[in-house]
Design a protein around this ligand. Structure first.
Ligand code: GLY
Ligand code: MN
Ligand code: MN
Length: 443
């Protein structure tokens, strides 16, 4: 997309939100909605704050995930007003006014100090206030976080327009540059912390701007799904690296995972990475409107069972690997989730805009997306294969003991695990993999 096309797509995105909000407000009996960005809280007894990410429905309009104390007033038939907090301050650089399409379409108004919902609502009747706002700060005439409206707005977030999918594609492009740098740093013997720093440098972002905390696991650390530390020295023996790391572009998140075998890896490990990558690609090839994501998740378990059987880790059929529960011990997370202005985006477990729950099967409590796929959805496809000793322990002592080659499992334990994750747009014709965007698409 050229920058002119992107601006047109951005205007179309904001027009779409205007129309959708107008319909939803009318349906739920509100004249206007006031969205709050939220703000960071200081640590208890301290003047330092935690890192902060703005409320998703606010970011959906503004693309500004780090704004604090901001409000967005939306009343159908009028230009939305963005009250952005820009104090005159000698401690911090004042927030610059919004620019470009945002400034054109969202009527920015600076706020010299934090303000309240009550002050902005004034005498307006029938206003919905959405966000992390204390109930006593909302006038009695307004309604705080009405669930029916929130469910409908979550549903709206599930379907991305051209502007949003382009933002996700660009976020992916930055993240891929980071993954290349991470791999290079690992090849040079870097520690987890140094790999993370190489990733941040290549993606041009600071840690507080990340879509989520990057996961950089060497060896057994790769087996902790959301491993949260960065070791400052590299181990003497290098077997594996798992990097699950993203980027945020105009509020939209990339969420990509790659796994690499190192020189000291067991000969079984690289074929397992190839196997997971191959069935991840098969799962992506199956993505299209009408596909039931729960069924696709179950297919992942069959592919995983087949890989474990083909490589001799299990001495049983793929079917038996699934029904015995072994594949779920090797991969306890879901196949993927919705992706947008939040890395685990909203709306994945509801039936439709009504918000009726669509829970995952009992065997798959971690599956975050249970929907039938439709054009505009963006999902991650992230199968995994891990050696998590406490999940495998019951099988070591149970009736399937003979069906597992424990010698192979133990040889793999110090490699932690494998995850391969791409971000995919569902289109009317099938799908487009945003993680392999065409190289000639101008930034
Ligand atoms: N990065 C977290 C996830 O893949 O869901
Ligand atoms: Mn991820
Ligand atoms: Mn993910």
């Amino acid at each position: 997309m050229t920058s002119t096309d992107r601006d047109s797509a951005h205007r179309a995105h904001l027009d779409r939100l205007q129309q959708a909000y107008a319909e939803l407000l009318e349906r739920s009996g509100f004249d206007a909605v006031l969205l709050y960005s939220g703000h960071a809280r200081p640590h208890h007894g301290d003047d330092q704050e935690s890192s902060f990410s703005a409320f998703g429905h606010f970011v959906h309009w503004t693309g500004a995930p780090h704004q604090q104390h901001d409000w967005l007033w939306i009343a159908p038939g009028t230009t939305p007003r963005w009250f952005y907090y820009a104090p005159t301050d000698f401690w911090h650089l004042p927030t610059p006014p919004p620019q470009g399409v945002r400034a054109e379409c969202l009527d920015p108004t600076p706020l010299a100090q934090p303000t309240t919902a009550a002050a902005l609502i004034g005498a307006h009747p029938r206003v919905a206030v959405l966000g992390d706002v204390p109930a006593d700060a909302v006038p009695a005439t307004a309604t705080l976080n009405p669930p029916t409206l929130l469910h409908a707005l979550d549903e709206l977030r599930l379907y991305k327009d051209d502007y949003e999918s382009d933002c996700l594609r660009l976020a992916n492009r930055y993240a891929l540059a980071g993954h290349a740098a991470a791999r290079e740093a690992f090849a040079d013997g870097a520690s987890e912390l140094d790999i993370q720093l190489a990733y941040l440098a290549a993606t041009r972002q600071r840690e507080s701007e990340l879509a989520y905390q990057n996961i950089v696991g060497i060896n057994a650390h790769a087996g902790t799904l959301h491993y949260q530390h960065y070791a400052t020295t590299a181990p003497d023996t290098l077997r594996s690296l798992l990097v699950d790391a993203g980027h945020r572009h105009a509020g939209y998140c990339a969420d990509i995972t790659r796994t690499w075998a190192a020189l000291d890896a067991d000969p079984l490990f690289a074929p397992l990475i190839e196997g997971v990558t191959a069935f991840q690609q098969r799962l992506i090839a199956e993505l299209a409107p009408g596909v039931d994501f729960v069924a696709l998740h179950q297919r992942m378990h069959h592919y995983l069972g087949a890989l474990l059987a083909d490589t001799g880790v299990l001495r049983m059929s793929a079917e038996a690997a699934v029904t015995s529960g072994l594949t779920r011990a090797f991969c306890p997370h879901g196949l993927g989730h919705s992706l947008g202005v939040q890395v685990h985006d909203v709306g994945g477990r509801q039936h439709d805009a009504s918000g009726a729950p669509l829970p995952p099967p009992t065997a798959d409590p971690a599956l975050r997306l249970t929907r039938t796929l439709a054009p505009g959805m963006v999902v991650t496809i992230e199968p995994g294969l891990y050696i998590i000793p406490f999940l495998l322990a019951p099988f070591r002592d149970g009736s399937e003991r003979q069906a597992v080659d424990w010698d192979r499992v133990d040889r793999l334990a110090d490699h932690g695990g494998i995850r391969i994750e791409d971000n995919v747009l569902i289109t009317a014709e099938g799908h487009a993999n945003l993680t392999s965007a065409p190289a000639n698409d101008a930034r």
